[in-house]
Design a protein around this ligand. Structure first.
Ligand code: 5GP
Ligand code: MN
Length: 335
């Protein structure tokens, strides 16, 4: 594999003192892990760093070191925008199109700061001057690890940075099981453990902190709401805003739900539709060759990876599902 060239990063860091890190809408474990991993590293280089998220993220990520300093653009708009305006460099992590950070996109695009992209999703837009893009990496956290090591700073990885990076690798690989996982991923994990990440603690913090209602919602979704399409290798789950409210929905409660249909033998393509604030968000997952990034891009204004992608719809929940069924119901459609 070709080694990434980190010389532009080195040069940029030399001349940048005030740095902003931005990650995607509805940040997940990899988004927050990579952002805070990089944040804790840049603090060690004596930079003035701020992590800005476009909107709220789940409670189960709020233990990550540095979390208490994160700014939410939706609730801290004025402060966040002032910091973006003053930045020398803006690192955009775990996304590759301004569309993915909604209103914050215009603010970042309008700033004179040097834009940096570190990302592993398919088909990046060209908005950054300094780019580290690799769809083969299992996570953006793996890329931040490679960057720190590539800059000759492996020794700077302490237990805070290690815990952040371990978290994103764990969540983006479905706990080390997706095809993106390689021997090298495990070598990186081993190194992070040696640097102080404690696997059992990270797993517990992320996966064993469900609220009672979250587990009930999973049960309800599988028992009452999962539809397997006859004669196809496809299954889906949908939840209306009313149903989510019945289970006192909290941010992150439906994370991972889309994976359950794929645990059934023969199912290769799974979709999860959820309605929030009158909008429909869709998650797609596949096993094998079926490219959900392309599917999400073509039909639902989204994108992502070959086996994991997302999109949205302006139609009602029922009309969105009808649109989906029409596409996948075509006799020639196979996943
Ligand atoms: P999730 O289904 O967990 O929200 O997202 C799955 C993957 O697709 C993640 O890597 C996420 O960043 C990406 N993704 C989710 N929603 C969108 C979207 O609306 N647009 C694009 N381009 N990517 C998305
Ligand atoms: Mn990721």
């Amino acid at each position: 594999m070709k080694k990434p060239n980190f010389a532009p990063f080195k040069a940029l860091l030399k001349k940048s003192n005030t740095i902003v890190i931005v990650t995607h809408w509805s940040p997940d474990g990899d988004a927050m892990g990579s952002s805070l991993g990089l944040y804790n590293y840049l603090l060690k280089l004596k930079k003035k760093v701020t992590v800005i998220v476009p909107n709220e993220y789940p409670e189960f990520l709020k233990w990550l070191p540095g979390d208490n300093k994160v700014l939410n653009h939706q609730t801290d708009t004025v402060k966040a925008e002032a910091i973006v305006q003053k930045a020398d460099a803006i690192f955009t992590l775990d996304f590759n199109s301004y569309k993915r950070i909604e209103k914050l996109g215009e603010v970042v695009a309008g700033s004179t700061a040097v834009k940096v992209l570190i990302d592993h999703h398919q088909q990046p837009d060209k908005f950054a001057k300094v780019v580290y893009h690799d769809v083969k990496c299992c996570s953006t956290c793996e890329m931040v690890y490679n960057l720190i090591v590539g800059l000759g700073h492996k020794k700077l990885i302490d237990k805070k940075i290690a815990a952040c990076l371990y978290t994103g690798i764990m969540t983006d690989t479905g706990s080390f099981r997706f095809p993106s996982v390689t021997a090298n991923t495990h070598l990186i994990l081993a190194d992070l453990i040696r640097s102080g990440a404690v696997p059992s603690q990270v797993h517990e913090a992320v996966y064993d902190t469900y609220a009672y209602n979250r587990l009930k919602l999973i049960g309800y979704s599988i028992l009452q709401k999962m539809i397997v399409l006859p004669g196809k290798n496809i299954a889906y789950i949908s939840l209306s805003e009313e149903e989510l409210n019945q289970f006192n929905y909290q941010k992150g409660d439906t994370e991972g739900l889309v994976n359950y249909p794929l645990t059934m033998k023969g199912i290769k393509f799974s979709a999860f539709f959820s309605e929030m604030d009158g909008k429909v968000k869709i998650s797609f997952r596949s096993k094998g060759k079926f490219d959900v990034n392309q599917f999400a891009r073509t039909h639902f204004g989204g994108g992502g990876h070959i086996n994991a992608a997302g999109g949205k719809s302006d139609l009602s929940l029922n009309d969105t599902i009808s649109k989906f069924l029409e596409i996948v119901g075509q006799p020639e459609f196979t996943a």
